[in-house]
Design a protein around this ligand. Sequence first.
Ligand SMILES: [Zn+2]
Length: 427
Amino acid sequence: MDPIRLTAEERKEMLDRFLRYVRVDTRSDDNSTASPSTPVQKDLSRMLVDELVALGCADAAMDEWGYVFATVPGNLPQGHPAAGTVPTIGLLAHVDTYFGTVGAGVKPVVIDRYDGGDIRLSGDPTQVLRPSEEPNLAACKGHQLVTTDGTTLLGADDKAGVAEIMTAVAWLRAHPEFPHGRVRVAFTTDEEVGRGTEHFDVGAFGAKYAYTLDGSDLGEVEDETFCADSALVVVEGRDVHPGYAKGRMVNAVRAAAALVSRLPEPALPETTEGRQSYLHAYDVRGDVTKVEVKLLVRAFTVEELHEREDSLRAVVAEVEAAFPGVRTTVTVKEQYRNMGFKLAEDPRVMDHAFEAVRRQGLTPSRKAIRGGTDGARLSYMGLLTPNVWAGGQNFHSVREWVSVEWMAAAAETTVALLGVWVEKSIP
Ligand SMILES: [Zn+2]
């Protein structure tokens, strides 16, 4: 199979799609309990339904949560050796953008051929993108880039992924000679507020394998996430009038402060990277009588996760000993588990992605996410979903930018991946 290449015209259509989508404000809201958390997300979802219908996906529809589902029927002729065996493949991206940065009034700036120098963002001259600070920017010399004007985010997270999937769908329609199985497309809402799979009906979606296009760097396929627990430590003291407290007061505030300061220094978010685990105290509130300390526990294996929790309990025991009369409880709750454990049950989902990346002439890189993804939750719900690059850089920031070359490569690789699944499904 030759590499898939978008024509100049197809690439321009992809860029036009992207520029159209980023101009729609789809910011989600972490303070809202509604679904979707903001009604504006549906504005983009509606636009995508119309475009999918125009691309021949007759069943494209949006549900009440703002999710868009659509089908590209398979086109294997009867008698094709993979006709009965090739599985349905899902392609996923999210329409919402990060709640913490302005997402309305995005004015994307297209740089047709990046000269490799500093890029001063036109709406805020204090914002300068420097290749000396960003190796990926240096790597994109000569590319067509899209930046912000410095006053809003861009929304390449994840509208780059949306535009790439739409481009793959358009490509399949324009190339009926390219054999592929059934493809299901889903655009979801509220990923940024951690609720992107809350209403996702895996059964109705009808695929066992899917890919989110929501990563960053060219060639990257992510199959691991953290194992995550939360921990709540309640520290109880005894309040007495401070003027008459000698020998009687037990100050939970001081005990909690000691607890936080004794957390092992080498295992904090600010001292770890790569595959290292951490304990993170992120919220402390209370008074002399009672303080609650909330922590995140993160590691790539369950063993290490439990080691971190044991070290927390050891610190708590030290504090109890140092502050006689203080009472403590530690409550640990499971949040999510490493998606890699699930994906390992069926290695084809990663193998085929790497094969497609290689066939496109790119170097695949396997990465572990120091966080969670919608794909992690979906994988545990029965839809194995690694994460593929979409090209965006500096997510969640007014300094967000994307390379159109890397976007095109993601769209092309997505098509190639469908071809690999057909080929590898031949018994
Ligand atoms: Zn994203």
